[in-house]
Write a protein that binds this ligand. Structure first.
Ligand SMILES: Cc1cc2nc3c(=O)[nH]c(=O)nc-3n(C[C@H](O)[C@H](O)[C@H](O)COP(=O)(O)O)c2cc1C
Length: 130
């Protein structure tokens, strides 16, 4: 099974979740603004994460989502962090939907920086899809 983890994180909270998921999946957690972010070959599962900023997602993540191809991503699994709202999950799923990429209903979410218990939860969550 081919898996990829992509995320965007301004202050490290979503990055921490991404890294726990990536460790569980045995792949690197790659920020969407890094040179190797593009999905180069089709994946079975794309874990994709981002946070909410003023009720929107960062433009880096939005731009990356627009580059995804349905033929390259069999299914997506979303994760997010924020102060309160889980709305980034909806926004990311909407962008995926516009690309015709199915996202599973379940998602991983933590308030701000995931603590060690939540990082373990993130890893266990990821393993359900591997
Ligand atoms: C400028 C700014 C705007 C934010 N707006 C919201 C918001 O509308 N709702 C919310 O629940 N959290 C909001 N947050 C909190 C972030 O989503 C939260 O700190 C998140 O964990 C940041 O993730 P990151 O460290 O991966 O960038 C905001 C944070 C910042 C810095």
């Amino acid at each position: 099974m081919k898996t990829a983890v992509r995320y965007y994180s301004r202050s490290g909270n979503t990055k921490a979740a991404a890294e726990a998921i990536a460790k569980a999946a045995g792949v690197p957690a790659v920020s969407v603004d890094s040179a190797d972010a593009a999905i180069q070959e089709p994946v079975d599962v794309l874990f994709i994460g981002g946070a909410l900023y003023a009720y929107g997602i960062d433009s880096h993540l939005k731009d990356f989502l627009k580059t995804l191809k349905k033929s390259d991503v069999k299914k997506a699994v979303v994760f997010s962090t924020s102060w309160i709202s889980k709305h980034a999950v909806d926004i990311i799923k909407k962008e995926l939907g516009e690309k015709g990429i199915p996202a599973v209903d379940e998602f991983f979410y933590a308030k701000n920086k995931p603590n060690s218990e939540q990082l373990e939860e993130a890893a266990a969550f990821a393993k359900k899809f591997l």
